[in-house]
Design a protein. Sequence first.
Length: 105
Amino acid sequence: MAKEFAVIMTGGKQYRVSPGEKIAIERLPAQEGSNVVFDKVLLRAAGDAVEVGTPYILKAEVKATVTRNARERKKIVYRYHSKTRYRKKKGHRQQFTEVQIVSIS
């Protein structure tokens, strides 16, 4: 039997999710331990039954729990122009929210 999964859209990106899975997504304005519902479901599959939205599946939702809000490791952004003594070093830490998928319906 094939595993149940869905493709959701949040933060301008698409994620393939399954129940019980933890994923890191773009930062959500939600507290740790709170529940969130993703209603932009692009695809839903359970066994051999596959449902594809146009662009979203009506009345479909994915429920998740926020496990933590954090920041990624620092990424270095270095700009350099040769022959002009131009060097600029900058760091960036992207914020993210880690959620655990509870159910797909």
